[in-house]
Design a protein around this ligand. Structure first.
Ligand SMILES: *[C@@H]1O[C@H](CO)[C@@H](O)[C@H](O)[C@H]1NC(C)=O
Length: 223
């Protein structure tokens, strides 16, 4: 009785295994048989959704750079910057820090030139001033705040940011949120800027305003 039970079980296992093997070989066989030469195959529609550069809702026209800048969230999540689908600064890249995060990009080619962050709570503001003074012609400047971009901001730095096209640099203070894209010797104010004052009445987080996001398309500089 027991032996026949074992036999039955073995027979069942055998049947299941061979069925599986049969189905597998059958499937691969049938897949092979329906593979037609390329020119005979029906045109298949591309169903993969096309993600635009930097995840923008709409792709940029040909002669434009795509960018997206997010400020830090309170003192918890660092900021991030994407330019032409390249993440140039982010917590994952481990190259952001509290204060002001700044990346420089060549305005003609879109190539990353330099990036750095400046502690504006307890750091030396002259480091920021020096960095801003060294910016040359044809350079795009991407800025994102994280935690506190304002305590040590001095008038010289504010003026340098204003010359890059910033409207709000002059107001920046303790724990404000700020995202900005400017350029060296821009004639008008940059349209790419957002600013939120740290205000206990309107703050989204306990002690910090909401994080800010800035995205858009920037015309390439034609040399
Ligand atoms: C940007 O790239 C162009 C072409 O390579 C070069 O001539 C120019 O000097 C660069 N500008 C900056 C600011 O790096």
């Amino acid at each position: 009785m027991r032996a026949s039970g074992v036999l039955r079980l073995l027979a069942l296992v055998f049947a299941v295994v061979t069925t599986c093997m049969f189905i597998r070989s059958y499937i691969s066989f049938s897949v092979k048989t329906i593979r037609l030469p390329r020119w005979l195959r029906p045109a298949t529609k591309e169903i993969r959704p096309v993600r635009s550069k930097c995840g923008l809702s709409k792709p940029c026209p040909g002669n434009f750079f795509a960018f997206k800048i997010s400020s830090g969230a309170a003192n918890v999540v660092g900021p991030s910057m994407c330019f032409e689908n390249q993440v140039i600064m982010s917590p994952v890249k481990n190259n952001v820090g509290r204060g002001l995060n700044i990346a420089l990009v060549n305005g003609t080619t879109g190539a990353m030139l330099k990036h750095s962050y400046f502690d504006m709570y307890s750091g030396d503001p002259n480091k920021l001033v020096k960095f801003l003074k060294e910016i040359t012609e044809d350079t795009l400047v991407l800025v994102a705040s994280y935690d506190d971009p304002g305590t040590k901001m001095n008038d010289e730095a504010k003026n340098l940011f204003s010359n890059l096209g910033s409207t709000y640099a002059k107001q920046i203070g303790f724990r404000d949120s700020w995202v900005f894209l400017g350029a060296k010797d821009i004639k008008n104010k940059s349209p790419f800027e957002q600013f939120l004052k740290n205000d206990p009445k309107t703050n989204k987080y306990d002690g910090w305003p909401e994080l800010l996001e800035l995205e858009g398309c920037l015309p390439r500089r034609i040399p």
